[in-house]
Design a protein around this ligand. Structure first.
Ligand code: TYM
Length: 384
């Protein structure tokens, strides 16, 4: 049988993603065995994300853990391209990064790439729209609860001028044919896009320590280039930990899409919207009739409510196994499974919303006045 086609780039995820194949194609390591066990032991409440292979792949994570055990610190880096409201998939890596920060007590840098989203022409966003979304998304990210003294959140258009000397040093080391082959640039791509990789690489060189980058695997092409240039600049190759994509509500193919609101749940969706989207649009692995379902059982592998619980919303393994066996035996109906997810999502969003209101007053600390933010704004990047 021919292999199903799928595409994963920083700008596009389509088809049914074969994650084992991505590990081979991208040249990353599966997150399994001793490295996974070591990370699980450190993670506490978030260890299910590793145990269940939601974070399934990495680069040099073993070296990061080795250094930490020897008392040498590393730092965390992640980001968001502010092209619209953030959905549940976008926030997963931020919560994971926060859990890592809590466990390791390390600095975290968060880049908001309003420049990238303006340059991506197919998004058709005006400069002002990218600015507005950057401000909105910074509040969402602040609600995650990072340590305000150890976290720096910055918006590229406000910050990168300050770090321009280091950006230039990065850019001079990336030749066009590498960028073209990694990102698929063509003659029609605007020149801003070919310069942009230097900007996404920048935060990985904020400190002369190892940098660990949590994200979904679509961002890995940037780290491949980073790893080609970092050592020649006197820095470490970036380490990365990659997650799978939380599937769209409408099925297990492709990615959630801002242009199709029924495919995603946004952090600002109210309770009724959450209920409506899940009851009306969540793709079910249930059978056509109740009788058939009771007889044959549901299929959790294609059932999006089941997948969302497994991938993020239900950390308790025992509970998850009960749901799996009840559903696949037909004792639990599609509606019951959706009810469980609705309750979990509504509770998660309520808590996130409450933190968001409190976080508004913290934004100043993350961007300018916290200890780490002050250090970075004072740093002389011409000496980097
Ligand atoms: P962006 O805004 O496309 O995505 C933000 C983060 O969310 C991840 N992601 C997902 N994770 C799980 N399920 C999904 N369905 C899903 N969709 C997106 C992305 O991998 C990312 O971690 N260029 C970047 C911004 C950026 C960045 C970074 C991201 C700058 N520096 C460092 C990660 C790490 C972007 O546009 O992300």
């Amino acid at each position: 049988m021919p292999e199903k086609q799928f595409v994963v780039t920083p700008w596009e995820v389509t088809g049914h993603v074969d994650y084992d194949r991505l590990i081979r194609d991208f040249g990353t390591q599966p997150l399994a065995g001793v490295t996974a066990k070591r990370l699980e032991a450190i993670l506490g409440e978030a260890s299910y994300l590793v145990r269940r292979h939601i974070f399934f792949s990495h680069r040099d994570l073993n070296l990061v853990i080795d250094e930490q055990e020897k008392g040498r610190e590393f730092f965390l880096y992640t980001g968001r391209g502010p092209s619209g409201p953030m959905h549940i998939g976008h926030i997963l890596s931020f919560y994971f990064t926060k859990w890592l920060q809590e466990r390791f007590h390390v600095n975290a840098y968060i880049q908001m790439t309003d420049d990238e989203k303006f340059l991506e022409e197919k998004r058709n966003l005006t400069y002002e729209e990218t600015q507005r979304w950057a401000q909105d998304n910074i509040v969402e990210v602040s609600a995650v609860g990072f340590d305000p003294e150890k976290t720096f959140i910055f918006q590229d258009t406000e910050f990168v001028g300050h770090a321009y000397p280091l950006i230039l040093k990065i850019a001079r080391r990336i030749n066009y044919s590498t960028a073209k082959s990694v990102f698929g640039f063509t003659g029609e791509t605007n020149v801003g896009m070919s310069f942009y990789p230097a900007i996404q690489i920048l935060p990985s060189l904020f400190e002369r320590k190892r940098c660990l980058i949590p994200s979904a695997i679509d961002q890995d092409p940037y780290w491949r280039i980073q790893r080609d240039v970092a050592e020649s600049l006197g820095y470490y190759k970036a380490a990365a930990i990659h997650s799978k994509f939380l599937p769209p509500l409408t099925g297990t193919q492709d990615k959630m899409s801002s242009s199709k609101p029924e495919t995603a749940i946004y952090l600002n969706d109210d309770d009724d919207t959450v209920r409506n989207k899940i009851y009306r649009h969540a793709f079910s692995g249930g059978r056509a009739s109740i009788e058939e379902h009771r007889k044959l059982g549901g299929n959790p592998d294609v059932d999006v409510p089941f997948q969302w619980l497994y991938m993020f919303f239900e950390p308790d393994d025992k509970r998850m196994e009960v749901i799996r066996s009840e559903y696949s035996s037909g004792r639990m109906l599609t509606g019951d499974l959706k009810n469980i997810l609705v309750e979990k999502v509504i509770r998660f969003l309520r808590e996130h919303r409450e933190r968001r209101e409190k976080a508004r007053s913290q934004v100043r600390l993350y961007k300018k006045d916290g200890t780490l933010a002050r250090e970075i704004w004072k740093h002389d990047f011409s000496k980097s």
